[in-house]
Design a protein around this ligand. Structure first.
Ligand code: ATP
Length: 354
C-alpha cells in the first residue's frame, strides 16, 4: 500500500495561517490519527494529503513520489466523506459498482470486485437492497465499500463517526479498526476525540493552533507528553500541573516542591524560574504518612476507582485511587508520586524538560 511523508507543509488562506510548517511520516499500513481541538488545522492537513487543498509551501510524498501539486484524481487516495453520502435511489450493488463502472472496468471484473468487497464488509446479503431502507450501520458499511472498491493506496477519513450516538459510535469504531486490521490499508483519520484517537490509532499527531505539538504512538503521547497542551488534552481527568518556582540542572534527579524534595526522572535539559511538576491522577498515592500533604476537597465514585480532589501547597490536584481506600472530605493526607512517571515542564514555553 502506501507510505505518506509530510515535509514542512504549510497552508495559508489569504492572511490566515491554518497550518504551520508540519513534518511527520505515516508508515505503510498505519491507522494514523490527526487529533486536536476544533479549528487547529486537522481537516486542512487531511485535505492537503488528499489533494483537495494545495499546500502554500512544503511537500507531500506518496511512496517516495512527490504528489504535493497533483489533483485528487491523480493521487490514488480515497477520501471517505461523511459515511452517509450514498446514491439513495440505487441498490447497494450499484452504489458499489458505480466508481468502477465510471472508471471503465469490464462488467465481469466489476461483479467480482463488488462481491469481494461485500465479503470483506459482511454485506453480501444486502447487495440487492435499496440503500434508502438500510440501517445506519449498513449504510456506513456501504459507504466504506464505495471507497474500498477502487483499491486506493490510502484512505482519508474526516470524523467519520462524528454524527453517531455514543454507543453506536463505539461499535462502528471497533468495526473500522477490525476492518483496517484485515486490509492493512494506510488510513489517516481526523478526530477531536482523544479517547477515540488513543483507542484506534497506531500513531497520533496532536495539533493545536496550526502547529504539530507531538507525533508518536498513543503510549508515547500519554506517558511522555512533549508539551503541557498535549498532557492536558490527552487523558481524563487530565495530567495535574503543580506550579512552582525552582531550578533544575542538567542531570538533576530531584526538585523542591512545597518545601519537600521530590524525585524526578533525570533530565538532560536544565531550566529555572516558573516550572511545572506534571503527574497523572493514577500516579498519585494517598497515605497517612508523607510530608508533602494535601486536604481532600471532594471525591467522585467511579466503581473500581474514585477521583479525589485535593488542595496542595502548589494548587489543586486530582488522584485516581482504589475505591476501597477510605478518603474523607476535610482530611489532610500525605501525597506520594511515582518518580518515573513525572514530567517537568517549563511554564513559559510549555515544553517538557527531558
Ligand atoms: P474542525 O474540527 O472544527 O473542522 P479542524 O482542526 O479540522 O477543525 P480546519 O478545518 O483545518 O480545522 O480549519 C483550520 C482553520 O482554517 C480554521 O480557523 C478555519 O476556519 C480555517 N479555514 C479552513 N478552511 C478555510 C478556507 N477555505 N478559507 C479560509 N479559512 C479556512
Amino acid at each position: 500500500m502506501a507510505q505518506i511523508q509530510i515535509k514542512n507543509i504549510r497552508k495559508d488562506f489569504g492572511d490566515f495561517n491554518a497550518v504551520k510548517e508540519s513534518t511527520f511520516t505515516i508508515e505503510d499500513g498505519e491507522f494514523f490519527m490527526l487529533l486536536g481541538p476544533s479549528g487547529c488545522g486537522k481537516t486542512t492537513t487531511l485535505r492537503m494529503i488528499a489533494g483537495l487543498e494545495l499546500p502554500t509551501s512544503g511537500e507531500i510524498y506518496l511512496d517516495g513520489e512527490e504528489i504535493s501539486q497533483l489533483p485528487p484524481s491523480k493521487r490514488d487516495i480515497a477520501f471517505v466523506f461523511q459515511m452517509f453520502a450514498l446514491y439513495p435511489h440505487m441498490n447497494v450493488r450499484r452504489n458499489l459498482s458505480y466508481p468502477l463502472v465510471s472508471q471503465g472496468m469490464a462488467r465481469r471484473d466489476v461483479k467480482a470486485k463488488v462481491e469481494e468487497v461485500a465479503g470483506i464488509l459482511g454485506i453480501q446479503d444486502i447487495l440487492n437492497r435499496p440503500v434508502g431502507g438500510l440501517s445506519g450501520g449498513d449504510r456506513q458499511r456501504v459507504a466504506l465499500g464505495r471507497a474500498i472498491v477502487r483499491d486506493p493506496k490510502a484512505f482519508m477519513m474526516d470524523e467519520p463517526l462524528g454524527a453517531l450516538d455514543a454507543e453506536f459510535r463505539e461499535h462502528m469504531a471497533e468495526e473500522l479498526r477490525a476492518l483496517h486490521d484485515r486490509m492493512n490499508a494506510t488510513t489517516v483519520y481526523v478526530t477531536h476525540d482523544q479517547l477515540e484517537a488513543m483507542q484506534m490509532g497506531d500513531k497520533i499527531v496532536v495539533m493545536n493552533n496550526a502547529v504539530v505539538e507531538q507525533f508518536g504512538t498513543p503510549q508515547e503521547i500519554y506517558d511522555k507528553p512533549a508539551t503541557m497542551f498535549v498532557a492536558d488534552f490527552i487523558g481524563s481527568p487530565s495530567m495535574n500541573f503543580l506550579h512552582f518556582d525552582g531550578t533544575v540542572g542538567e542531570g538533576d534527579e530531584s526538585v523542591t516542591l512545597g518545601g519537600e524534595v521530590m524525585r524526578i526522572p533525570r533530565t538532560r535539559q536544565g531550566a529555572s524560574g516558573k516550572l511545572v511538576f506534571g503527574v497523572r491522577p493514577e500516579h498519585v498515592t494517598l497515605s497517612d504518612s508523607g510530608t508533602y500533604r494535601g486536604e481532600i476537597l471532594a471525591s467522585e465514585y467511579l466503581g473500581t476507582t474514585q477521583i479525589i480532589t485535593l488542595d496542595t501547597p502548589n494548587g489543586e490536584l486530582k488522584a485516581r485511587i482504589d475505591s476501597a481506600q477510605v478518603a474523607k472530605v476535610g482530611e489532610k493526607v500525605g501525597l506520594g508520586f511515582n518518580p518515573r512517571t513525572i514530567t517537568l515542564f517549563d511554564a513559559g514555553s510549555g515544553h517538557a524538560l527531558r
